[in-house]
Design a protein. Structure first.
Length: 94
């Protein structure tokens, strides 16, 4: 089990499952906004405050670069949890 905390929320959610961070956010009601669900809009951008997510794929890197995002930024629709690391995130578009 990995613990996910959204910085604007007081709760810590333990998640266990497969899928993108977006999939897990929808299942566990994590307060991360979503738009297109495909990496085109950038609404689901999160900043890794503490811990880490799995390494981004080439598609996510290209999308983040296209949006001019800082290195801490990830897209919840493209990002996956690291199986061994808890993470604290901040939704960029709250």
């Amino acid at each position: 089990m990995v613990k996910v905390r959204i910085q604007t929320s007081d709760s810590v959610t333990e998640v266990d499952g497969e899928g993108s961070l977006m999939d897990l956010a929808e299942i566990h009601n994590l307060p991360i906004p979503f738009g297109c669900h495909a990496g085109r809009c950038g609404v689901c951008q999160v900043e890794v405050v503490d811990g880490k997510l799995a390494e981004p794929g080439k598609l996510e890197e290209a999308i983040l670069d296209g949006f001019g995002c800082p290195k801490e930024a990830r897209l919840a629709c493209q990002a996956f949890l690291d199986d061994h690391a808890d993470v604290v995130l901040r939704a960029v578009h709250e």
